[in-house]
Design a binder for this molecule. Structure first.
Ligand SMILES: [Zn+2]
Length: 337
């Protein structure tokens, strides 16, 4: 039960009062809109730095956005509000009083439920954008009625939103040490757990063993599952485990890890938290570059998960070690006890 309660508090986890659906009731035209321009969400500035996604009737989007947006998808209902996502063409200016911001920079600036739906919307918009032609024969695809998929009218191939599983590993060593590492793109002195994408044919346990060995030269054994977290940059699901050290001395792989070390759990290095993220978000908001850290576990103190942290960038084919640093940063640091 603990884990369930915890999971519900995860950033990007589906809000309890959200009901997903593929098709809107015929009479519904508006509601809450998550409109993306690339990876940037259209939001309104509110006092105190808070933001709101677009809420409007479909025919009355501000600044004439209505005709500009495309690839509309119905998401479902948040409480009693219908929710949609859509895409605006590159270069579309923000209407007066609105701005385009990267989702990562909105952590703490959007309320948690909207932030979660914005993550879902980002994944769906990105999926829709990258599956407009059949991957087998190149024919333009079309939405398949009644489900979240696109099908090829020529060969029948059906494409569903994809999700890439990635593991996170918090390695512990008796009695009170955990292994943390930092990638070169982390903020100064910030550390986190290890992470990496699952390869075809691997179990999660095998993936952890491979990644930890590749990254820091340690042999580990999975102790227990910890939690999972959607990670929409662009379409991952993080699956976190606590692991026990078995053998080896820490040797960071310089291709991806800048530093790695054992830390006493009573004396941990800098880890991201919501306050830091919010401050960073405010700075990024002013700069408007939408970059930086994001996510986190829910934050119930050190006894619970620590913030995850991920860098932007798409998954690329290639060496698994490269994937690690791309995602990598994702890890939450969670309690080893
Ligand atoms: Zn086809």
């Amino acid at each position: 039960m603990k884990n369930q309660e915890f999971a519900l508090d995860m950033p990007f986890a589906t809000p309890l009062d959200f009901a997903a659906a593929v098709s809107a009731p015929a009479t519904v035209t508006g509601g809450l809109w998550f409109v993306y321009r690339g990876s940037e969400l259209l939001v309104r500035d509110l006092a105190g730095g808070d933001r709101l996604p677009l809420a409007a009737d479909a025919g009355a989007l501000p600044g004439g956005l209505g005709p500009a947006i495309s690839q509309r998808q119905y998401l479902g209902t948040l409480a009693d509000t219908h929710a949609w996502c859509a895409e605006a063409p590159a270069g579309t200016p923000a209407p007066e009083g609105w701005t385009w911001l990267g989702l990562r920079s909105l952590f703490g600036a959007l309320d948690d439920r909207c932030f979660a739906l914005a993550g879902r919307a980002l994944q769906l918009v990105d999926w829709d954008r990258t599956h407009r032609h059949c991957g087998r024969c190149g024919t333009p695809t079309r939405p398949k009625p009644g489900e979240r998929s696109r099908e090829c009218p020529a060969c029948g191939l059906v494409a569903y939103p994809r999700i890439a599983p990635a593991v996170m590993a918090l390695v512990r060593r008796a009695p009170d040490e955990i292994l943390l590492a930092r990638s070169p793109h982390f903020p100064q002195n910030m550390y986190s757990a290890l992470a990496g994408f699952v390869e075809p044919g691997e179990t999660l346990e095998q993936c952890i063993a491979r990644e930890v060995l590749e990254e820091v030269n340690l042999r580990v054994r999975v102790a227990h599952y910890f939690a999972s977290q959607p990670w929409p940059f662009p379409h991952s699901l993080m699956i976190a485990f606590v692991c026990d050290w078995v053998a080896g001395e820490v040797r960071a792989n310089p291709l991806e890890i800048e530093a790695a070390a054992w830390f006493d759990i009573r004396s941990l290095p800098r880890l991201p938290n919501r306050t830091q993220r919010r401050a960073a978000a405010d700075r990024r908001g002013r700069r408007g570059d939408g970059r930086g850290e994001a996510l986190a576990a829910s934050g119930r103190g050190r006894r619970r998960a620590r913030r995850g942290l991920c860098r932007p960038g798409r998954r690329q084919p290639g060496a698994s070690t490269t994937r690690m640093s791309r995602l990598a940063a994702s890890p939450s640091t969670f309690n080893a006890a």
